[in-house]
Ligand binder design. Structure first.
Ligand code: SAM
Length: 242
């Protein structure tokens, strides 16, 4: 992406409550399944504007939560959302490839693909406390064979696999899958509905060609999701080191 394209992307994404599919119920499921409670340390890696950070902070009232993202614009919103929880919840610009600290849970919604599942998980071995877990969501094909419509949606991510393909990458990194579930339908709508509103607002404004191109790209993504919304999915996995 050129700097101009990145700027345009950020304009389209300005103020969105989240940067990927997900819902509070997904975070709550992970916390309950792991049995996490008390004064634990949690990293929200690639937190975006901090929607899941808030759910983690609410569900774990004694936890210390560190949220990091490489994108300053998203962190600004995450910091506003962290403020009501006081110093135990912080959001800062950071590189999730090299996290500081030792955590009982690393939560990573829709961001691990930037590092690669196997490389990313391998790199986080040393950042996990004894008994620590990683919960991450990742593109998956829930049906075999996948429809043409769903493959059109994943055109920009041809590495997308079935659930076994993700499990193989987890195993190769030295982890076991403890539990998993699908993110499909409503949590995607929670991501795309605000984006549609933002796009419709920007369309009426006097914007640059780069912003118009970013709007068109996002609209194509939304339209492709709508055409395959019962099949476009993330798998949410809880994994533990072997
Ligand atoms: C699809 S978004 C998901 C954001 C957030 N987890 C959510 O669900 O709203 C992926 C995020 O990963 C962040 N990201 C990508 N590479 C990163 C890195 N190396 N370190 C930190 N954040 C990164 C991006 O800035 C982006 O906010």
């Amino acid at each position: 992406m050129t700097p101009e394209e990145w700027d345009a992307f950020l304009q389209v994404h300005h103020g969105l409550p989240r940067e990927g599919p997900g819902a509070p119920a997904d975070v709550q499921w992970a916390v309950q399944t792991i049995g996490l409670h008390g004064h634990v340390h949690v990293l929200d890696a690639g937190c975006g504007p901090g929607a899941d950070m808030v759910t983690l902070a609410e569900g774990l009232p004694e936890a210390e939560i560190t949220a990091i993202d490489k994108t300053g614009q998203f962190i600004e919103l995450a910091q506003q959302r962290a403020a009501p929880f006081g110093p135990r919840v912080t959001a800062q610009v950071g590189d999730m490839a090299a996290p500081d600290g030792i955590y009982d849970l690393i939560w990573c919604a829709g961001a691990l693909y930037f590092l690669g599942v196997t490389d990313g998980l391998r790199g986080w071995h040393g950042a996990l406390n004894t008994g620590g877990r990683i919960a991450f969501s990742h593109p998956v094909l829930p049906r075999t064979p996948p429809s043409e419509a769903v493959m059109r949606f994943w055109e920009e991510y041809p590495e997308v696999t079935d659930p076994q393909g993700i499990e193989d990458q987890v195993t190769a990194a030295g982890y076991n899958v403890m539990a998993h579930r699908m993110i499909i339908g409503a949590p995607w709508q929670a991501y795309y509905d605000p984006m549609q509103v933002r796009i419709d607002t920007l369309r009426d404004q006097d914007t640059t060609a780069a912003v118009q191109a970013a709007i068109a790209e996002s609209q194509t993504e939304i339209d492709r999701w709508r055409a395959a919304s019962d099949e476009v999915a993330y798998a949410l996995l809880i994994v533990a080191p072997v």
